[in-house]
Design a protein around this ligand. Sequence first.
Ligand code: PRX
Length: 650
Amino acid sequence: MDSKNKSGSIETVIKENRSFPPSAPFTEKAWIHDQADFDKIWNTSQENPVHFWEQQASHLEWAEKWKTVHHWNEPFSQWFVGGKLNVASNCLDRHLEARGNKNALIWEGEDGSVRKFTYQDLHKEVCKLANALENKFNLKPGDTAAIYMPLVPEAVIAMLACARIGVAHSIVFAGFSSHSLRDRIQDAECKVVLTSDIGYRRGQVLDLQKTVREATSQCQSVRATLVFRRENKTELIENEWDWSQLTSHQSPNHRPSFFDSEHPLFFLYTSGTTGKPKGIVHSSGGYLTGVATTAKWIFDLKENDIYWCTADIGWITGHSYVVYGILANGATSVIYEGAPMHPHPGRIWELIDKHKVTILYTAPTAIRSFMRAGNEYPLKYELSSLRLLGSVGEPINPEAWMWYYEMIGKKRCPIVDTWWQTETGAILISPIPGVTTLKPGSATRPFPGIIADIVNEEGKSCAPNEGGYLVIKHPWPSMLRTIHKDPERFKEQYWSKFKGMYFTGDGAHKDENGYFWIKGRVDDVINVSGHRLGTMEIESALVSHPRVAEAAVVGRPDELKGQGIVAFVTPRDSKDKLDIKTLAQELKTHVANEIGALARPDEIKFTKTLPKTRSGKIMRRLLKDLAAGKQITGDTTTLENPGIVELIES
Ligand code: PRX
């Protein structure tokens, strides 16, 4: 899968201009009649994005219509100002009459057990929990609640119950450590934590309640923990409440209040270029407009679709395209708790046949793992229900794209390679199935209403095929509103590199057809299996270990995961006391305990000192080359002491 020297490399694909014209079965779009129609929408939307988004917002249900579509006080954006809506009732109540008995959620566990919730069922459960949160814990609009849960229906119920009562949720992926959970709860000042006693993954039982207890013991803001108990083994302690007992006494009806379009719907912490993850704040009306529109157009959602996005709700993809965007369209969302290759490598394909999944949305790392497992697994299954495939989270190499297209989609299913970020809320660059000619490895063109470009260091548009920075030149409804408690960082991070443009942090180029090819991050963020990690966050974890003097973390190309984590560490121990293998193991575990298993370094290299410039900055470029096993090239004249990266061998 080395993307150089092979027939499917990005370079070859570009040279051959290999492309896949839109395939036929996308004819019933009420909103696009033909290619010319779409081109017209796209061109007009580029001239007047605000008008395009206003039209899209009108498809939602508003209790009060907005007075101003967009208010821009750079870099602070407001959309549909003065409008009032309830996000949860847009996802549930609105569908009850037409499709109350249709499945909203289909859940499957690793052991094969299945639970299905119609829109009616989901509405009831959400109302009960909303009542409990209001009556029992006195939560009010503007409060925040943390959700630390496995991928079970109750996690979705928790999100929608919070949304219903105007409480911003802050979901923390249930693989994060108690430290990470504690930091996020403290930063968002959550009043309630919603959790489960345990979760299941790869046949293992994860003790989530223990992690929550460790975290909340240091969180003064938390008044109660609500536990969805699956095992009933752990006794509840003070301020812990049994979810089922509590909700069973609540009414299944709840009258929604309506909140300002700008009311915060959720916070989601994500890694940045500093040690501390940032709390990305998303709004209600603009966010829902963005995710509902993109879900409908990009996934071509139709009444009988069974849609499965394999992301966890702990990530933005889970928020936007497992829950809000999908339910806002009244579609059926499949969720699976566990690993897609467990208990056997064909598990994902088995589930597709079993539930007759029509649309599959997953990440390139997963696709590469399925590819590596062997064709015999997908070949055992029919996969005939599938009609559309999606990819998200990292660049998809053309080899993986072709495999997905041929082996899974049987050359029938278009692939939507969707580019976006936690901050963008919704997909910004993607093909429209049935309309866009596909090129393997390219996310193709911006969505209507999105003004994207590639610019050079001076902020000038790059020529075709010239590499530069990916920027967005006009605000869009689902964009982050700020970083919680840190508007300065929000300005600095996204709006200061180029005046009037949102800086994505990604490098990319556009080809002569205006197609975008995203290369990856240009900052100190790394992307491991589609999960975003800050190198400084991992460095902070490493230096908190008493035996570490200094640490620098870089990414290195990884065939399976996109990037792997390499840490260069200067130990405090003198050489004769140092047992490299044991310490490396200890440090890997330490990082996993501090942040979560997903941040565990793949390799630790011990060095006597770290290469620094004369002004004291670590020369990461040099470390990246070293981590990737390359010769050190380029200018090292600013290096304090050239030739300094002296590795300590065992
Ligand atoms: O580098 C880009 C990469 O993932 C980053 C955003 O990560 P996160 O906020 O965790 O959101 C991931 C899910 C939306 C981006 O800055 N990325 C995301 N999608 C793609 C991608 N890189 C290339 N192609 C994509 N389709």
